[in-house]
Design a binder for this molecule. Sequence first.
Ligand SMILES: *Cc1c(COP(=O)(O)O)cnc(C)c1O
Length: 366
Amino acid sequence: MRLICNITGESYALDATRWCSESGGLLDIEYMPDLDWDWVKYLPANLWRYRAALPLAWDAPEVSFGEGFTPLRKVYFGDKWAWLKLDYLFPSGSYKDRGSTVMMSHIKSLGIDTVVQDSSGNAGASLAQYAALARLKCKIFVPEATSPAKINQMKFCGAEVIQVKGSREDTAKAAYQAAQQTFYASHVWNPFFLHGTKTFAYEIVEQLNFKAPDTLVLPAGNGTLLLGAYIGFKELKHVGIIRKIPKLIGVQAANCAPLAEAYHHNQGEVSTEIQTSPTMAEGIAIAQPMRGAQMLEYVKITGGNFLTVEEDEIKETWQELALRGYYVEPTSAAVIAGLKNYLAHFAEKDEVVASVLTGHGLKKAI
Ligand SMILES: *Cc1c(COP(=O)(O)O)cnc(C)c1O
């Protein structure tokens, strides 16, 4: 198990206190676990049942609220249906807890006592809650326009919150500056976060009786769920639990769609001159995704695609979901608007499609 730089290929020990490589590249974890599934079924129904498949030191603490193993529901849209993973039911109200619980456990095992982070909301709210559990100090940079409910949630858990004027990218820059002194617990940079979100794949496969869905429709902002899901399914395929990695469909808001644009122009990287306008789907409003090239690559490997949804579709789907008992936030509704498009126009008969409800609606102050 090593940390590998995505630019130079240089590697570091897993317990190196770093969140990027010497040359400033992204780090990934070289790791291929195998699990004793006969044993797993006797373990508690939370994501830590897959601990033996996580790249943590044997003595790393579990910074955990017993999260995970969220319900998987069969939901109809017209005469088609899909599996929906109810990840808005996590302790802090979003799937980000999958990443935070594993990343924080690793950070705690390194003996670090203060972290910085940047977030458009949920990643910060999640980190604040897990930092408090791990008794770490936590400083979070957020864009000025972040929902007050999310800012309150961070402060309530004891985090110091710094509101940054300008775009989401300006916030990322401010955090990057602060990270020159303090450990950067970034859900985008830190690869341990992705080994937390990969439990999404492990859970679905176990819940579907050791079968993978044919297709996954997922949000495409920074891609922390999409990339994690890919890692998880790749591991499960490698050890022979499933035969095929699902086709990955990334959903973006039409108002901020750098990945869809790059993919449809057959480019391996996101353009630095992308035009965007505001969207209700604040959680995926990422004009410059740090791991964009990786997302484009993984989606291509699986024969997937990127879909975009308009603001009125997001709004309509948001209300539809609420009236059907799923009070989620608009970002989650954007994913389901994409799912509905996919089911109506692309899915084949008998294709098994799965998607996710990512974040709770009560955080969204209207
Ligand atoms: C973070 C977030 C997303 C999308 O994030 P990715 O980094 O692309 O996985 C989607 N929905 C909600 C509610 C989020 O908080």
